[in-house]
Design a protein around this ligand. Structure first.
Ligand code: FES
Ligand code: FES
Length: 156
């Protein structure tokens, strides 16, 4: 058993972890009950387990929890400011950019990271920025509309 300090959504947690190699995703979901990040492939391929790590979108299904001690982690839950959704979350709702929901966490987290880096991405930049997240339901055109709209609302 090892004590690991995790900083998630602005809160510091001291956790007892059996194995420091446990993937961050399992700790987020099972110990912190943050179920925004989803288990998809488990192979860092699909993007459904994304969080923001120091502002970058990264998959959490293989990264050992010990590797992210004391780094800033933000999950889908942490994007909400009190009762106000993040503009990207709001835009995904307005543009109905979700179907089965499998990819939704990764889409939103990756879009937030993209818009932090690039205020006004063109369609090519959006496609390139989002290509790490797989969607099996062909929701991509609505995701494109949602991201364009969020970018406009965040940076008129
Ligand atoms: S579950 Fe992590 S990338 Fe697929
Ligand atoms: S909405 Fe189902 S995988 Fe994307």
């Amino acid at each position: 058993m090892k004590e690991i300090s995790l900083r998630v959504n602005g809160q510091q947690h001291r956790l007892q972890i059996d194995d420091p190699a446990t993937p961050l995703l399992y700790v987020l979901r099972n110990q912190l009950e943050l179920n925004g990040p989803k288990y998809g492939c488990g192979l860092e391929q699909c993007g459904s387990c994304m969080v923001l790590l120091e502002g970058k979108a990264i998959p959490t299904c293989r990264i050992p929890v010990s590797a992210v001690a004391d780094k800033n982690i933000v999950t889908l839950e942490g994007l909400v400011d009190e009762d106000t959704l993040h503009p990207v979350q709001q835009a995904f709702i307005e543009h109905q950019a979700a179907q089965c929901g499998y990819c939704l966490n990764g889409m939103v987290i990756t879009a937030v990271a993209l818009l932090e880096e690039n205020n006004h991405p063109d369609d090519t930049a959006i496609r390139e920025g989002m290509e790490r997240v797989l969607c099996r339901c062909s929701i991509q055109p609505r995701v494109m509309r949602a991201i364009r709209s969020a970018a406009q609302n965040m940076n008129p």
